[in-house]
Design a protein around this ligand. Structure first.
Ligand SMILES: [Zn+2]
Length: 82
């Protein structure tokens, strides 16, 4: 029972792990928890695919246009911080 409680995640925690995975990474236990959850939950598997697709689109946008559209925003943020 204890092991199952460790392995079983809520969908909310699984979605947070999917988001965090690309930013800060997951430790070994978290990777196993997420793998188990994704093997039994079609909803989170779909969320994972959508999240990966969004990441790829954003990476592509960044590579195609390295920032002229955001340059004025960066200046405004820097000015606001002064
Ligand atoms: Zn789920």
């Amino acid at each position: 029972m204890g092991l199952m409680r460790i392995l079983l995640l809520s969908c909310k925690k699984a979605a947070a792990m999917i988001d965090r995975r690309g930013v800060a990474g997951l430790n070994g236990v978290q990777r196993v928890q997420l793998w188990v959850h994704l093997s039994i939950c079609q909803g989170c598997k779909s969320f994972e695919h959508q999240s990966d697709a969004i990441d790829r689109i954003l990476e592509h946008e960044r590579d195609v246009d390295p920032g002229p559209r955001t340059a004025h925003l960066e200046e405004r943020i820097i000015d606001a911080l002064k």
